[in-house]
Design a protein around this ligand. Structure first.
Ligand code: JCQ
Length: 245
């Protein structure tokens, strides 16, 4: 998979890529990560990437020429995504869709934004990683890169594939414990030490359901609410639907 990133902080993006699990995928050639410094496409002595907004107002806007010239010079893979708070929210389904393709390009906005003509003419999708404002799109781009590349076969080991499947199921993860079984008097739930694997699976499922009902009831609604089996599972472990109590 080829991933191109257009940024004014190439060392930030490149540094993350080499110092994370992604680094192995890049070193092995599984991920062809190409980081482009937008300043390399400027022609003035100050390497200016931004300018004041037409119409006035605070802040600066990324100029179209460095972005367009970089795109035309490197012929990057599609889709071209621009990171910013005004985009469609990035989620696991988006990560899966992108990991099924052969590449993507990420444009990291800075300042007050990117000239609209770039968004209109080369960007396929505007993507937000959440409802908050960052100083620039780099951290958001890295979130996308990590979420997408960890789904590539072999990048993080097949260990992680189950984690994606549980998200596909639309529920939050059940709680995890490791040794010691008793720590400061805080006990690991007895069921996890019982060796009864069918009961452990049912307990975990009940915990996932209860957690999702508590923290993300919207996800339960998307699944169409609880069915009789879900209710039976909650009841087996003395849990309840917080919406009916
Ligand atoms: C990404 N959620 C928040 C900040 C303007 C495209 O223009 C801009 C981009 C940014 C950086 O991205 C974010 C963001 N997802 O703030 C301002």
């Amino acid at each position: 998979m080829r991933i191109d990133v257009l940024t004014i902080f190439p060392e930030l993006v490149g540094g993350f890529a080499t110092h994370s699990l992604l680094g192995r995928a890049v070193a092995s050639g599984q991920v062809d990560l190409r980081v482009h410094d937008l300043r390399d496409a400027t022609t003035d002595v100050h390497r200016t990437v931004d300018d004041a907004p037409f119409g006035g107002g605070a802040g600066m806007v990324l100029r179209p020429e460095p972005i367009m010239e970089t795109i035309e010079a490197v012929d990057p893979p599609r889709p071209v995504l621009a990171l910013g708070p005004g985009g469609t929210t990035f989620d696991q389904a988006t990560a899966r869709r992108l990991s099924d393709g052969d590449g993507l390009t990420l444009i990291c906005g800075r300042y007050e934004g990117v000239d609209q003509r770039v968004l209109d003419h080369v960007v396929d999708e505007e993507v937000s990683i959440g409802d908050y404002v960052l100083a620039g799109g780099e951290v958001a781009a890295l979130v996308v890169v990590e979420a997408v590349t960890r789904l590539l076969p072999g990048v993080m080991g097949n260990r992680d594939s189950a984690v994606d499947e549980s998200f596909a199921d639309g529920l939050l993860e059940y709680p995890q414990y490791t040794r010691p079984s008793s720590y400061r008097g805080w006990e690991v739930p007895e069921v996890l030490r019982s060796g009864d694997h069918a009961r452990i699976a049912r307990w975990r499922r009940a915990q996932s359901l209860r957690r999702t009902l508590d923290r993300r009831p919207d996800l339960v609604d998307v699944r169409g609410g609880l069915d009789d089996q879900d209710r039976a599972l909650l009841a087996e472990f003395g849990l309840t639907d917080p919406r009916t109590v």
